[in-house]
Design a protein around this ligand. Structure first.
Ligand code: SF4
Ligand code: SF4
Length: 289
């Protein structure tokens, strides 16, 4: 089984649109939505839930009011203003730093694990699909991304591929998205900030010595910057495996919760089909098949 992580230096580059399209075109695969801050594939991928588990991704303070003598030291200490005048912990403000537990003279405060979301595995018509939904105010983490990837692996059944929709950026959530992957596909747009974002995310992949490939979305909106991206990739021996043209009908399709494939856009379908076959060929060249 080969794991392909689709990443981008920032959100909105079309990464998830590419992954959701590939979820139709690629046979014999599983899908992991590791964009835990803003998952959206579950809107498109419908199926029966095989597994749902609460996820405890943070620590939070609990005050035992039966022990509390209302001295106020915890409130003075908490720089997040997470303790109310009634000495209750305001869950959305508590960062779980533990400072309040250190100053309480009555040992009335303890830290406990706090539920921050749920993980899901679904059986969809496009294959087994793993994702997570965070509770309001909760933050994603590399640990949650790892959990989403772990869950999809628990259901593998000799599939050939796992398509990972990675978290945008370069932080620990991205590292968790690409660690152990067989290849990284960075999706970029032809803007000046797009180049800089691409360079950063490719830098992360290079650091982990992962084979990288690039896909340029809406390439025809700025051919000069597209050329710049291609030159940057050529100089570093990073194959550009596809260039997707700008097409307003893609936006319309997404508004209807459809991929460009489902919307019947033959031009984009052809391009994305080529992207996958080029990726397979490039991976064969580097001995990944
Ligand atoms: S754990 Fe930290 S953030 Fe939470 S209430 Fe205590 S001092 Fe405030
Ligand atoms: S420090 Fe302890 S005893 Fe004092 S107000 Fe806070 S919980 Fe109550």
């Amino acid at each position: 089984m080969k794991q392909i992580a689709f990443v981008s230096g920032k959100g909105g580059t079309g990464k998830s649109t590419l992954v959701s399209s590939l979820s139709i075109l690629v046979k014999d695969k599983m899908i992991a939505d590791c964009d835990v801050e803003a998952p959206n594939l579950h809107i498109i991928l419908k199926g029966n839930i095989l597994n749902k588990e609460d996820y405890y991704g943070a620590k939070g303070a609990i005050i035992d009011l039966s022990k509390c003598v209302e001295c106020g030291q915890c409130r003075e200490t908490c720089r997040f203003k997470a303790i109310s005048e009634e000495f209750n912990v305001i869950r959305l403000k508590c960062e779980g730093c533990g400072a309040c537990t250190l100053v309480c003279p009555k040992d009335a405060i303890r830290l406990e694990n706090v539920k921050t979301g749920e993980t899901y595995v679904s059986n969809t018509d496009r294959g087994t699909y793993s994702y997570a939904l965070l509770d309001i105010g909760a933050e994603g983490s590399g640990k949650l991304v790892t959990e989403v990837r772990k869950k999809v692996n628990e259901y593998k059944d000799n599939e050939k591929w796992i398509l990972i929709d990675g978290t945008p950026g370069i932080g620990c959530v991205v590292i968790a998205s690409i660690t152990g992957a067989d290849a990284v596909v960075a999706v970029s747009e032809p803007t000046k900030s797009g180049i800089s974002d691409l360079q950063r995310v490719l830098g992360v992949a290079e650091h982990f010595q992962l084979p990288s490939f690039v896909c340029i979305n809406k390439y025809d909106l700025n051919l000069e910057v597209t050329n710049e991206i291609e030159k940057y990739c050529k100089d570093r021996n990073i194959p550009v495996i596809g260039k997707i043209p700008f097409d307003p009908s893609i936006i319309k399709a997404l508004q209807d919760f459809k991929t460009p494939i489902e919307a019947g856009n033959t031009r984009i379908t052809e391009e994305i089909t080529n992207i996958w076959s080029t990726l397979e060929k490039e991976m064969a060249k580097i001995g990944q098949f």
